[in-house]
Design a protein around this ligand. Structure first.
Ligand code: GRF
Length: 185
């Protein structure tokens, strides 16, 4: 199978990146991860880039000159999918335009509920019984692009932000890979 080339954007621990890398080892998984971009040199996920010898770049995309650099690199590498896996910056509109319908994000709530940050805290505060994660295309409005897939998680009475995060992330790992399979089906 000829796999498409993908780039993963990270900011932090990179556990979603790790699970995606596991999926790429499967013969039928439609993508390989050929490039990793981080906005922070301290992102733990960068260790995975080094471990798997995947080219990576630490860059601040708020600067227009850096944005142009990354765009050129993504074109040169023939990247056809960008996965935002815990990338905590808002992407420039020009960038989103250039990669229209080719950028996907994983968000820790059942969108359209709880867009933005602190989703677990807010869901608990509102005594929600149900939350989960959503994989969606990225458009110019925060966490508002077309939804690809959602997975539910039930909130128990004794759940905390930590326990809820663990449950939701376990679902995220499957949701991200399943979404990528469905995109290229
Ligand atoms: C995930 O929970 C994702 O929903 C959110 O950021 C978190 C990233 O975690 N966008 P990790 O860096 O993949 O561990």
């Amino acid at each position: 199978m000829v796999k498409k080339k993908a780039c993963v954007f990270i900011s932090g621990s990179g556990t979603n990146l790790k699970e995606l890398l596991k999926s790429t080892r499967e013969y039928n998984f439609p993508i390989n991860i050929n490039y990793i971009v981080s906005n922070s040199k301290n992102a733990k996920g960068l260790k995975l880039a080094k471990l798997y010898k995947i080219p990576f770049r630490v860059i601040n995309l708020d600067k227009i000159i850096n944005l142009e650099t990354i765009l050129k690199e993504l074109y040169k590498k023939n990247i056809s999918l960008i996965c935002l896996a815990g990338y905590m910056k808002i992407l420039n509109k020009k960038f989103i335009n250039r990669f229209n319908k080719k950028i996907i994000n994983i968000h820790p709530s059942l969108l359209p509920k709880y867009k933005g940050l602190d989703t677990f805290k807010r869901a608990l505060k509102n005594s929600e019984k149900l939350t989960g994660c959503t994989v969606h295309y990225v458009n110019k409005k925060l966490d508002s692009g077309k939804i690809i897939l959602k997975k539910k998680v039930f909130i128990e009475l004794n759940d905390s932000v930590i326990s809820l995060k663990a449950k939701v992330q376990a679902k995220e790992y499957r949701a991200f890979s399943e979404s990528i399979i469905s995109i290229f089906r």
